[in-house]
Design a protein around this ligand. Structure first.
Ligand SMILES: *[C@@H]1O[C@H](CO)[C@@H](O)[C@H](O)[C@H]1NC(C)=O
Ligand SMILES: *[C@@H]1O[C@H](CO)[C@@H](O)[C@H](O)[C@H]1NC(C)=O
Ligand SMILES: *[C@@H]1O[C@H](CO)[C@@H](O)[C@H](O)[C@H]1NC(C)=O
Length: 426
């Protein structure tokens, strides 16, 4: 914006100068006709114009220099992945099993200067604090404590959601510490019931430059909501863009916190993130095979969900050297045409046909859905998540949900006339 403005002002000055000179030349010469020959007048005029031209070209050069100068100072230099310090923020409360998360975060950490670990503890639970404190002495992690553990006064119907309110308040405080007190430029957020994969750091390290350079991305997540054993392929290096905010081990930049921090909600922060007012059409990067999995049952939301779903999630166990691969294909300009073509070129079948196995010779199949009911019924039959948040099915990109069914890639896809998510789908 600023650069365009400055160049605009330059051009206006340049044009005004030319106009003024022209006006002066014209007004200088007409009076002089008596005495001086037309030939002399012409010669003078020619001289004037030549001087003027050379002056103009100097001006033009100065303008170009100015333009280059502005370009140099306002374009962000490409960040080398190794340059940015990305702290791990571990959100803890009253589970002493936080040590299990910490052990893996420490075990796989390739460089504790680049990936410092900060445990933010709410709830003031002494036994948990003692566990965390051990790691401060032994491994130099940082232990910060949420100062406000007061009960949040809630009217009766919301009282049972106290845990969600406290969690949201804690997140807000902890993220403000990371970005406004410690001034980091990005963060990876995990909770105290997560295991991580051996290439957890490698994954975030390699995707950071992609996130940084593509304004249509707002997070990188370690999570695939349909990442159950048997529903993912063996391609550990496979990554996607998704319109669904997955959470569960995720990275964002400081600029994002500056945008959403001030309006952070009192509760249910993850669903709030998924609302179009926050997401603003932006996508996250997510893997085919999860880089985190949760081991905890006790938690504000996870009891039943754990038994039914979370415990079947496959945690990646291979190390993919992501930082040595080219991930630029994940940028919107490259990914969108590639993904559209991929889905377009996939043969379309009915759910029954896909389930029958008659087309199992094909690498991939496409199943269309036009209504919410169609989506849900197909999702149930094929065993994937069937819910929506703000109208977006889990893992969807441009409405397309990609998963494996009996060893075959399936794209559950909206019709070609699809125009976007319908927030009324829930
Ligand atoms: C603690 O949190 C409560 C509710 O979120 C808030 O009303 C109160 O002002 C906070 N206290 C401090 C000291 O920040
Ligand atoms: C963080 O930045 C703010 C202003 O941007 C500054 O006042 C503060 O001292 C910085 N803190 C650290 C720890 O660098
Ligand atoms: C899109 O196409 C489907 C059939 O494929 C049709 O049922 C639906 O009405 C169409 N929607 C719009 C908005 O044109």
């Amino acid at each position: 914006m600023r650069r365009k403005h400055l160049v605009g002002v330059g051009v206006v000055i340049f044009l005004t100068w030319n106009l003024l000179m022209y006006y002066m030349l014209v007004s200088k010469n007409p009076g002089k006709i008596g005495g001086v020959s037309v030939k002399d007048q012409l010669r003078n005029l020619q001289g004037d114009i030549e001087r003027q031209l050379s002056h103009n070209s100097e001006l033009l050069q100065q303008l170009q220099k100015l333009d280059e100068e502005i370009r140099r100072t306002t374009t962000p230099r490409p960040i080398r992945a190794e340059d940015t310090i990305i702290p791990i923020l571990l959100i803890a409360c009253d589970r002493t099993t936080v040590s299990r998360s910490l052990d893996l975060l420490i075990k796989y950490n390739p460089n504790k200067k680049r990936f410092p670990i900060i445990v933010s503890q709410d709830c003031g639970h002494k036994p948990t604090a003692d566990v965390i404190q051990r790691y401060v002495g032994e491994y130099g992690i940082q232990h910060i404590k949420h100062p406000n553990t007061s009960e949040i006064p809630l009217p009766w119907p919301q009282k049972k959601f106290q845990g969600y309110y406290k969690l949201s308040r804690h997140y807000k405080w902890a993220l403000n510490q990371v970005f406004h007190t410690f001034n980091y430029s990005a963060v990876i957020i995990v909770e105290d019931d997560l295991d991580i994969s051996p290439d957890f750091y490698e994954y975030f390290s390699a995707t950071f430059p992609v996130l940084h350079q593509d304004p249509s991305l707002w997070c990188v997540s370690a999570w695939n909501d349909n990442g159950k054993v048997g529903m993912v392929s063996e391609e550990a290096d496979l990554l996607y863009r998704t319109d669904f905010f997955p959470g569960l081990g995720w990275m964002m930049e400081r600029s994002m916190w500056i945008e959403i921090g001030p309006k952070w909600p009192e509760a249910f922060w993850d669903d709030w993130m998924r609302h179009p007012d926050q997401r603003k059409g932006r996508a996250c990067i997510r893997p085919e095979i999860c880089r985190t999995s949760t081991f905890g049952k006790k938690g504000v939301s996870k009891g039943l969900f754990y038994e039914k779903h979370l415990k079947f999630i496959k945690l990646n166990d291979k190390f993919v050297p992501f930082t040595k691969t080219d991930l630029s294909y994940l940028s919107k300009e490259k990914y969108d045409p590639y993904f559209a073509k991929l889905v377009d070129n996939t043969p379309e079948v009915s759910v029954a046909e896909a389930m029958s196995g008659r087309r199992s010779n094909m690498k991939a199949l496409k199943i269309l859905y036009s209504t919410k009911e169609e989506f849900k019924s197909t999702a149930k039959k094929l065993g994937i998540m069937d819910d929506f948040k703000a109208g977006v099915p889990r893992v969807a990109y441009k409405g397309v949900v990609s998963f494996m069914y009996k060893g075959q890639r399936i794209y559950l896809t909206p019709p070609p006339n699809w125009t976007g998510y319908d927030v009324k789908w829930s």
